[in-house]
Ligand binder design. Sequence first.
Ligand code: S3P
Length: 178
Amino acid sequence: MQQTHNIILIGFMGSGKSAVGRALAGRLRWRHRDTDTEIESEAGCTIADLFLAEGEAAFRHRETATLVRLLSEITYEQTILSTGGGTPLQPENAALLKQMGTVIWLQASLEAIWVRVGPNLASRPLLAAYQDNPQARIESLLTERTPLYAAVADFALDTSIYARPMEAANQILSLLDR
Ligand code: S3P
């Protein structure tokens, strides 16, 4: 069987990884997988409940274990993989993602991120604890993470300008010359 090259979406919370991933998979008729969804179904609870029950460090271990499993599962598939906003930050995860396929970094402006995540802060444990000033928290996480996303990415695309996920998906396809 010939090895295929998967498409891996990374980026901050609210950058569109899940929505654009679904659109891309629909367009290419590839399988769509999502690390957060995989972790939730394995744990039998939401990411927010997992953070409460086990803490962030345990979540990060689950994230790496999920990538290790997915690496062998998707090697011979055609898969779009949407990741969590923190997935590429650990060096071992970054290496796994690069082995899986072409890594696309979805970027978004602070304003676009706020519009997308603001209404549902409770589902995002890294922001939920900062109810007093979640926007400042987003800004400082973004500053900290931007160089790490850049180090893993093969391509970057700002999704802030697209009204619909399919528009960003089409732009990714032209970046990849497909
Ligand atoms: C996280 C982002 C979340 C989820 C978890 C941690 C992060 O995924 O994995 O809450 O560290 O940025 P989304 O980017 O899909 O919200």
